[in-house]
Unconditional design. Sequence first.
Length: 94
Amino acid sequence: MDLANSYYLWLMPQKEMYDEFQKIIQDLSEVYGTPVFEPHVTLVSGLSDNEDRFVKKIDAFARGKHSLSVTMKGIDYTHGFFTALFLNIQNTLK
């Protein structure tokens, strides 16, 4: 996968939750010497579409959606570079 030419769509938490998660990430980063990253839920990863088409697709998806609710199921981890620590969320999309 060509990371430099790929697109990712993140769902970002509201400020209060963002700040709480960012503090946890920062604290763990200091303890374990890992990179700091923004708290987010990756909705789509590794898209390699044309930028204009990508923006139009995302705009069409987001039109009329002002917020989404996410239910967390727990914390999990893998040994992969991009998903070392993450929250499992419940799939409620139909």
